[in-house]
Each structure stands twice: as structure tokens, then as C-alpha cells.
Design a binder for this molecule. Structure first.
Ligand code: OSB
Ligand code: MG
Length: 368
């Protein structure tokens, strides 16, 4: 296929409630919607870089720059057999995985549509529904946290992840555990700790958590290895894993026992599938992380999470957990068994709601 035209759209959308992590609180989320055009078809992709460099060094501004000045010029007019060609073509751009992933997703959507097949089918997915959970931000108090979780349980979520940070960890987790003794519970620190806080980890280790996500710095596999030796709860890495090589090295080193896969963090769906395949061969459980995606990125996450090695519930919640108004006509609903249906229409299987797009778009640029 020959890419004839590309457009990028900076969006800012209000979250239904503020989302607080150890690196800050947001009440609106930025992303870049990518459209690629070929032979009358359009492919959609979502670049998940946010406005602030809290989770990653990438921001919506750096991604815009990398897309406009490097990635899009490389593929415009180029003949691409499949999205993996794209990875080879942009190998000369160091880093910026979220910018690459957003464009690659649009190429996947386009390729799938040309073949009349769903992304799920092309990636090798094996499930019509995937098990999901909900990621709950830090709340103003432990009591509020318990009320928020109860509301999600009433809606049908059967796995909860809570965000933690120093001073808002052991007491919060203990209270949740006491209120909901059987709940499948995990905690995400987003890199907020170091090994001096070992007593905290030893306490958390007794609370029946499925996993502790990214406790230490993203560039610190070695201390994760030391921590994993001291606790029984599996460490799951998120921010630290930017490539298949990182995944292999972390596992060989014993720095984690579980990996959270996000296509944006690893440079695209093709890399996400490669990490999945490697972990599956090693018997390592993976699950699909989330970046508060719109319906576009959520559709891609559902397709990815339908692969057989995704054996733990993903951070892929229903559309109403994030946005009152989403940019896709399709809204994802939670089934009573804490699953969400994987789209089956060609490509990502979602269509844009142009009136919402008009409302949330801050900027647009087209390249031909
Ligand atoms: O660390 O998993 C994370 C959201 C934004 C940035 C980082 C993370 C998250 C989440 C939300 O936990 C997951 C979701 O999309 O529901
Ligand atoms: Mg995380």
C-alpha cells in the first residue's frame, strides 16, 4: 500500500473524574489521533503521549514534532507491505515509542481494512471477550477510596488496581483488603519508591496482592531484581519495559515475574505482540495496560488482549469509566462477568464521531 495522505489531530478530553497517580493528577487528557489515507480508506491510530512528561518523557508536543518532522515524511508515498515495514523504516529515529506506536496503529487499521479482517484476527487473537479490571487513582482519603471501589464493584468489575505513593500505600491497601477480602487486587506505584522503603514493601507483601506494578525507577532493573528477591508478591514492570530486549533482560535477571504490555510504551502493536510471544514461550503472564485511551486506542487494546498469553485482566475499562463523550461512535460496555467484547469489524472496528471530534480538537495538520 502507498500512503497518500496523513493527518494528525491534537485532542484534549475531559475525564469523568480526576485521575491521580504518584506523578500527579489530571482532569483532562491529551492525545494525538492519527489518520492515514490510501485508496479511499482511512486508518485510525492513537498516540497516547499526554500533555505532561509524568509517566514518560514523551508529551503530546514532542510526539507532534516527531510525527510531523520525522515519522510522517518517512512513510508518505512509501510502499508498505505491512506495518512491520514501518518499524524498519523508522528505526533511525531513536526513542519516542508513543509517537511511533500512534502512526503504526493507523497503519494496522488501514492494512486490516484493506484485507477486510479485524485487528484481532490479524494479530492472532483467540477470544471474543477479554477479562478486564479498573485502575483506581489515589483518592482524597482512604474512606473515599473504599466508596469509589465499591461503586466499581457494583458495576461489575472483579479486579481492581489502586495507585499508591509513599504515605498513601500500606493503610490504603490494608483498608481495601479488609473491606473486600476476596477481591483480586493489585497496586501500581509508578516508580515512586526506592529500596530504602523496604519496610513498606514487606508490609504490602502480606496483603495478598496479585502483583506490585513498577515500584522503582524505570531505568532501574537491578534494584527491582534485589526487591523481587525479598518479597513473594510478583513484581510487574510497566515503565521499565520499552522493548523486547528489556523484557528478556528483566526476566533473565529476575527483576519481575509479570509484564504489563502497552503498545504505546513499546513503540507499537508489532513490538507488543513480540513481547507477548516471548513471554508466552517463557511461561510468563502478561496483561494489557491502559493509558486512559479514547475508543480508538481502547479498540486496539482489546484486540491485543485477545491474544492467548494475556492471562491476567487488563486495565481496559468501559468507556463510561473515562469519558462522558468519546470520539468513537462505539462505546465499550462492561459485561456482567467483568469482560468487554473485542471488536470484530474490519480493522480496529471503530468509527469516529465527527461532532465530538470537532469539540475536543485543539489542532490539526495534514501532510500530502
Ligand atoms: O501506570 O498504568 C499506568 C494511566 C496513565 C498512565 C499510566 C498508567 C495509567 C493507568 C490507567 O493505570 C489505566 C487505564 O487506562 O485504565
Ligand atoms: Mg502502570
Amino acid at each position: 500500500m502507498k500512503v497518500e495522505r496523513v493527518s494528525i489531530h491534537l485532542l484534549r478530553m475531559n475525564l469523568v473524574s480526576p485521575f491521580e497517580t504518584s506523578f500527579g493528577s489530571i482532569s483532562e487528557r491529551d492525545c494525538i489521533l492519527v489518520k492515514v489515507y490510501c485508496e479511499g480508506l482511512v486508518g485510525l491510530g492513537e498516540c497516547v503521549a499526554d500533555r505532561h512528561p509524568g509517566y514518560s518523557y514523551e508529551t503530546s508536543t514532542t510526539s507532534w514534532h516527531i510525527l510531523r518532522d520525522y515519522l510522517i515524511p518517512t512513510i508518505l508515498g512509501a510502499d508498505l507491505d505491512n506495518p512491520s515495514d514501518f518499524q524498519r523504516q523508522v528505526a533511525g529515529v531513536r526513542g519516542h515509542p508513543m509517537a511511533k506506536a500512534g502512526l503504526e496503529m493507523a497503519l494496522w487499521d488501514l492494512t486490516c481494512k484493506m484485507q477486510g479482517r479485524s485487528l484481532r484476527a490479524i494479530l492472532g487473537g483467540v477470544r471474543d471477550q477479554v477479562e478486564v479490571g479498573v485502575s483506581v487513582g489515589i483518592q482524597e482519603s482512604t474512606n473515599v477510596l473504599l466508596r469509589v471501589i465499591e461503586r466499581y464493584l457494583d458495576k461489575g468489575y472483579r479486579r481492581v488496581k489502586i495507585k499508591i505513593k509513599p504515605q498513601r500505600d500500606v493503610d490504603d491497601v490494608k483498608a481495601v483488603r479488609n473491606s473486600f477480602p476476596e477481591l483480586r487486587l493489585q497496586a501500581d506505584a509508578n516508580s515512586a519508591y526506592n529500596l530504602e522503603l523496604m519496610p513498606t514493601f514487606l508490609s504490602l507483601d502480606r496483603m495478598g496482592l496479585i502483583l506490585i506494578e513498577q515500584p522503582l525507577a524505570e531505568d532501574d532493573l537491578w534494584d527491582h531484581k534485589k526487591l523481587q528477591e525479598k518479597i513473594d508478591t510478583p513484581i510487574c514492570l510497566d515503565e521499565s519495559i520499552l522493548s523486547l530486549r528489556h523484557a528478556r533482560q528483566a526476566l533473565e535477571m529476575g527483576a519481575c515475574r509479570i509484564i504489563n504490555i502497552k503498545s504505546g510504551r513499546v513503540g507499537g502493536l508489532s513490538q507488543a505482540v513480540a513481547i507477548h510471544d516471548y513471554c508466552q514461550a517463557q511461561g510468563i503472564p502478561v496483561w494489557c495496560g491502559g493509558m486512559l485511551e479514547t475508543g480508538v486506542g481502547r479498540a486496539a487494546n482489546l484486540a491485543l488482549a485477545s491474544l492467548p498469553g494475556f492471562t491476567l485482566p487488563g486495565d481496559i475499562s468501559a468507556s463510561d469509566r473515562y469519558y462522558d463523550q468519546d470520539i468513537t461512535l462505539e462505546r465499550f460496555q462492561l459485561n456482567p462477568d467483568s469482560t468487554i467484547d473485542v471488536p470484530s469489524d474490519p480493522g480496529l472496528g471503530v468509527n469516529l464521531d465527527t461532532s465530538v471530534m470537532e469539540k475536543v480538537r485543539l489542532a490539526r495538520e495534514t501532510f500530502t
